[in-house]
Unconditional design. Structure first.
Length: 106
């Protein structure tokens, strides 16, 4: 699978790889964090909000080590409520929206 947005490669690889290793990040400042990580070269997916999380947004980040994600959030003054390395569930392959931030297929 190859995803290109405005002439820029967003992500490429087998769907099984794209559903694999990633970092899950939860923050009330998810939009600001997504922009900062995207600007630093990570591929960021905004996931559907989860019930009971209030204003927290869930991001799935690929292409950046978990320690760098935490460091960049701290440098930007962004509080993280969850930072977990792991696998992304099967339904999380995104459709491209704007920029390199994407949203899951319904």
């Amino acid at each position: 699978m190859v995803v290109i947005d405005h002439g820029r490669l967003v992500v490429r690889g087998a769907i099984s790889e794209l559903q694999g290793a990633a970092t899950r990040v939860v923050s009330a400042q998810h939009r600001e964090l997504a922009q900062a990580l995207d600007a630093a070269g990570a591929t960021v997916q905004a996931m559907a909000p989860e019930p009971g999380r209030g204003g927290d947004g869930v991001l799935v980040v690929r292409g950046m080590p978990i320690t760098e994600i935490g460091d960049r959030a701290a440098t930007a003054g962004i509080a993280l409520h969850e930072l977990t390395a792991g696998r992304v569930p099967r339904g999380a392959v995104p459709r491209v929206d704007r920029g390199r931030t994407a949203h899951p297929e319904p």
